[in-house]
Ligand binder design. Sequence first.
Ligand SMILES: [Mn+2]
Length: 407
Amino acid sequence: MNMKFIHTGDLHLDSPFLGLTEMPDQLWKQVHQSTFAAFQRIVDAAIEQVVDFVLIVGDIYDRDHHSAAAEDFFAEQCQRLADHHIPVYLSYGNHDYQPVTNHSLLPSNVNVFDNQVETKFLTLQNGQRVAISGFSYDQRWLDQDYVAQYPQRKKDIDWQIGMLHGAVRTGNDQQDHYAPFTTSELLALHYDYWALGHIHKHQVLHEQPAVVYCGNPQGRHKNEDGQHGYYLVESQDDRLIPEFRPVAPIEWHQEIVSINNDETSQQLVDDLVHQIDNPATEDAFAMVEIKLPADQLSAGLKRQVLAGSILERLQNACEDQQLRWWPYQLNLQSASTQLPKITDLDEKYWSESAQQVFTSDQVMALAGKLANYPFIADHLEDQQLVAELQKSATQLLGQGGADDDED
Ligand SMILES: [Mn+2]
């Protein structure tokens, strides 16, 4: 019988989804519940797949929104796993750091890792022995080398797994705050699988033995776009094979559309409904940011886009037709420019693209409805303002990078 387990983490239960514009109550409820629903789907899958155990690698809660509702929900879901005799191995991360004590309020199937690296053992139904090594954060930043604390692979066991909530070492002391490691350091310990947490985009850092970031099961904003889910890991001969499974009930998407000679606002809305269709995975609802090429729109339509009336009509159409996606933003885009995603930014790219991005046209488009007032429009066209905006944005983004806090 093969060993089978689930690798998840970064649940960020009860994320507040701040900054979203108005939407129908029912949809807002669905968005607000999505971090809970995503984890519930993972627990459903664990039970359905009859997995041997579940790994949760840190950040169960969002630091600033650690609610009683989230705690109760998490305990209930762990209890569901307990009812099916599925053990949970859990470590806390930089968002839910805490001193680990023996007085956990969680059900007894939940094994919480200590604040120093320790190894827990379990024996599977087929008699195989598994060792799992990991630790929990007791403070927000951990600058030390935690990998040095992990033991070499044990000799008398069948599988050894490492759990690590952390970030790849950059070599810059100002940034290496999350138990920094290198992939080769991990490989040198000869484990069969490394279950990583902290980075919210799911990715495989090394194929075999697998070193894997599970990502968060539910993206929290537009920079955490596309599919989010968990890894189902199964043994095959002497290897552990991870397979990504999407579960996020809400998916963030960005759609760049083309305009087909639309003359009236109704034509434009119909056109958008047709072109966008539903970009999300089956069982997911898409939150869509739409980018319209400014140079393909008539002056009249452009004005209506900036005034917000096209978005309003489009939202009404989506609601009337009960479509499985919701346009939360509609932005104009000049042909030659596209804002880089913050997560992909590097400094050189930023300074190059900033030259193109910070133009009066773009600033006008971002200002939206405000640009309808002539006195504001005049101010926005001022080149000095554009330069100031570029400077503040660079500072803001730079700060965001150093302080991270997004993961
Ligand atoms: Mn996280």
